[in-house]
Write a protein that binds this ligand. Structure first.
Ligand code: FES
Length: 145
């Protein structure tokens, strides 16, 4: 068996551990709606509720990756809907800077850290984002520290 086929088979059985930071007002409610509506999504996530996506310090993401998470998703209100006016715009700028640092300095694949906007009424979208993210990380395989 070639090395790439072995890796493919290994990744097929791989169940990633994903951390999802959800803002209290939109994304957490969207996650709740996904559950209440019984939209199916992979059980690979652990959700941490924060008051705003702007609250997610880059050190939280780096610590999660260092401590065993295979991927981290930050999710907040759509631009213009943040309950703290511009917290998500701040989160977006910080995310872009953090991405550059993660990619360039630590050599972590940029797909492992993601930012998504999910509103309280988008339960289906929450389930879709989680499904897509999980599949993407499964393809990448475990994050080796
Ligand atoms: Fe949701 Fe700020 S309150 S992103």
């Amino acid at each position: 068996m070639t090395e790439s086929k072995e890796k493919l088979n290994k990744n097929k059985d791989f169940e990633p551990e994903l951390l999802v930071f959800c803002c209290n007002w939109c994304s957490y409610a969207g996650a709740d709606l996904a559950g209440v509506s019984r939209f199916q999504y992979p059980p690979n996530i652990r959700v941490i509720r924060v008051m705003c996506s702007g609250r997610v310090d880059p050190s939280f993401v780096l610590k999660a990756l260092k401590d065993g998470a295979d991927g981290v998703l930050i999710s907040g209100c759509h631009i213009g809907d943040c309950h703290y006016i511009s917290g998500n715009e701040f989160a977006k700028k910080r995310f872009e800077r953090m991405h550059k640092i993660i990619i360039k300095q630590l050599g972590i694949n940029e797909k492992r850290v993601r930012l998504e906007w999910v509103s309280a009424s988008e339960g289906k979208r929450f389930a879709e984002v989680i499904t897509e993210f999980t599949n993407q990380i499964k393809e990448l395989g475990p994050l080796e520290n």
